[in-house]
Design a protein around this ligand. Structure first.
Ligand SMILES: Cc1ncc(C[n+]2csc(CCOP(=O)(O)OP(=O)(O)O)c2C)c(N)n1
Ligand SMILES: [Mg+2]
Length: 622
């Protein structure tokens, strides 16, 4: 079939499917893109010819479209991915943060940046980076470290090898992430006689790799000796759709569960075994369980420093780890006994083996943790969800109200600032009130585009985007895409007048407030500590066509949330919140080093305290 490279690429994508558990879906059901000279005559022409079988969506920022694709892939549990096409130069480099977010979070996205002319004669073309000693290098080479597969198509027939590889990586649970196929501007329009067989329907089975029986036997031999076991559930539980198996194992053998950010909502029931979020931004109950655990069953987590407290959270001198993960790299972290496997398959095998071994819950351990959990519940009621006289609403109160108003089928999204920590600590995901936290790359600006991705993936209820004022200011523009496409999202914006989570960290590690609040430059101090800026977020949202509400009180927030549910359009609820009020800490340490030398006595004291804590808490596990 004589086709251009761009036409062949899209025709190939139209024929690709994924299959898991007997369910087949289109692997790449849509393409997002912003055109420029680097892709308009190539991919743009081919997309227009495709018609509705491969719908095209036009966003307003290339980074955002990759974030939409990530939100979509996460909501699809990695069964489908979106493609994103950009022009060359800045259009392409705008996708880099998205590529890194996808790769860090192990979520499949297909990136198709335009590239400089393969024929070279006409260069430097507009937006070309000229490297003094490397003529085959372009800005797209920046995608290499943030992609799980990279190729540049400098001849049409290269598609025949590149595209199957791309599909293999996108559908591999251990290898997936950003896949980048760079497409030189001229080559996109070149024609070639492709074999018709290349475009035949193809299905990529997303494997459920079973565990090695010997590692299962070894893994269940350990819990018999353990008196304080704990499960840490990561994103892998959600991607593998292993919630039922996780709940069964945890409840049958009385093993409490803490969830990571990516794994938030892995336990769907209101289970007595659930300790909530674990790690730096988790609950004190989970922190206690982590600190005391002598056996930790890790399931599908990459063990970021927020989970391990920078290798300080597990304080039991005899602690041992078993790690179920599709990636052997992750499974071997912390010196764990690796169970390289799909989470659902491994949990089923572990449950069967534990039954056979006659494993029983440890009553004393369960009682102990129930006490810690009840204390946390009391703190929530008396401190976190309760109003404080003379203060604006706290973000804790905000989350409590949003959680109470949420219904089955709704999903709340957060990624940067204090919102992801708030949700990990406070959100109750039982009753089908799903939670989607991106805290692998924690990229400000992920939230609104991801909301579109979650909606596009078919969220049945409300899609709430819980976002800080700073993050909203970084990237509110995909609201326009939401309205253009009728993809309804409801943004709940906490107006606390600054990058307050960073200010809080700064106060704890540097001791002085500097540069984080939204204040004008003071003529005397010549610093940003003048008046707070009067930013009208509601007007900003309205100017893009969204509905907007300004709220200050809990009742106003409840009313706005109900209005928003009834409203077909996307909207923004701007909530005035207390600037420096945060929910109580988990007690888990985090390694952020204060300056080793300073003129300031306060900073020196913070450094001393940091060194004491580091010495006392941080460990090597091997
Ligand atoms: C793209 C990007 N730039 C910088 C950061 C570092 N950062 C993390 S949170 C944050 C402040 C977020 O402010 P806001 O959204 O208002 O949330 P708040 O801290 O007030 O809760 C910053 C700058 C980041 N995570 N992502
Ligand atoms: Mg803020």
């Amino acid at each position: 079939m004589r086709l251009t490279v761009a036409q062949a690429l899209l025709r190939f994508l139209q024929a690709q499917h994924s299959e898991r558990d007997g369910e087949t879906r289109r692997l790449i059901p849509a393409v997002f893109g912003i055109f420029g000279h680097g892709n308009v005559a190539g991919l743009g022409q081919a997309l227009e010819e495709c018609g509705p079988d491969l719908p095209y969506y036009r966003p307003f920022n290339e980074q955002s479209m990759v974030h939409t694709a990530i939100g979509y892939a996460k909501a699809q549990r990695r069964r489908s991915a979106l493609a994103c096409t950009s022009s060359i130069g800045p259009g392409a480099t705008n996708m880099l943060s998205g590529a890194a977010s996808a790769t860090v979070n192990r979520l499949p996205v297909l990136l198709l940046p335009g590239d400089i002319y393969a024929t070279r004669q006409q260069g430097p073309v507009l937006q070309q980076l000229e490297h003094p000693i490397s003529a085959d290098l372009s800005v797209n080479d920046c995608f290499r470290p943030v992609s799980r597969f990279f190729d540049r198509i400098s001849r049409p027939e290269q598609l025949l090898t590149a595209l199957p590889e791309a599909m293999r990586v996108l559908t591999d649970p251990a290898d997936c992430g950003a896949v980048t196929i760079a497409l030189p501007q001229d080559v996109q329009s070149h024609a070639y006689d492709y074999p018709a067989r290349f475009f035949e329907r193809r299905s990529w089975r997303i494997e459920r790799r079973p565990p090695d029986p010997q590692s299962i036997r070894q893994a269940v031999a350990w819990p018999k000796e353990a008196s304080r076991p704990l499960i840490i559930a990561g994103g892998g539980v959600l991607y593998s759709e292993a919630s039922h198996e996780l709940e069964t194992f945890s409840e049958e053998f009385g093993v409490p569960v803490a969830e990571t950010s990516a794994g938030k909502g892995a336990v769907r029931r209101s289970s007595a075994m659930l300790l909530g979020g674990g790690g730096v931004t988790g609950t004190p109950a989970a922190a206690k369980a982590m600190s005391e655990a002598d056996l930790v069953l890790l399931v599908g987590t990459r063990l970021s420093d927020f989970t391990t407290g920078s290798h300080s959270a597990f304080q039991n001198a005899d602690v041992r780890f078993v790690h179920v993960n599709v990636s052997r790299q992750d499974a071997c972290k912390l010196g764990a006994l690796p169970v390289v496997s799909d989470a659902r398959e491994a949990l089923r095998s572990l449950t069967a083996a534990a039954r056979e071994a006659g494993l029983k819950p440890k009553a004393e351990h369960a009682r102990d943790l129930t006490g810690a959990k009840e204390r946390w519940q009391r703190t929530l009621q008396s401190e976190v969800f309760a109003p404080r006289p003379g203060e604006a609403m706290s973000q804790g109160e905000l989350v409590g109200i949003l959680n109470a108003e949420a219904r089955a089928g709704d999903v709340v999204i957060a990624a940067a600032g204090s919102p992801p920590g708030d949700l990990l600590k406070l959100w109750d995901a039982s009753g089908g009130r799903a939670c989607h936290i991106e805290f692998g790359f924690s990229c400000m600006g992920y939230e609104i585009p991801a909301g579109l991705g979650v909606r596009l993936a078919g969220a049945p209820g409300e899609v709430y985007v819980y976002i800080g004022d700073g993050t909203y200011l970084m990237n509110p523009t995909e609201l326009v895409t939401a309205l253009q496409e009728g993809l309804k999202i409801t943004i709940v914006l906490s107006e606390n007048h600054g990058y307050q989570v960073i200010r809080q960290l700064q106060m704890a590690r540097a001791g002085r407030s500097f540069g984080n609040e939204f204040r004008s430059r003071d003529p005397k101090s010549r610093r940003l500590d003048g008046e707070y800026l009067p930013i009208d977020f509601a007007k900003n949202a309205e100017s893009m066509g969204a509905r907007a509400w300004n709220v200050r009180t809990p009742d106003e927030l409840r009313r706005a949330l109900r209005d928003a549910r009834a409203e077909p359009r996307s909207g923004v609820i701007v909530v005035e919140t207390e600037k420096h009020r945060f929910p109580p800490p988990s007690g888990v340490w985090w390694d952020v080093a204060p300056a080793e030398v300073s003129e300031d006595a306060g900073t020196r004291e913070l450094r001393r305290a940091y060194e004491r804590d580091r010495e006392r808490l941080q460990r090597f596990y091997f």
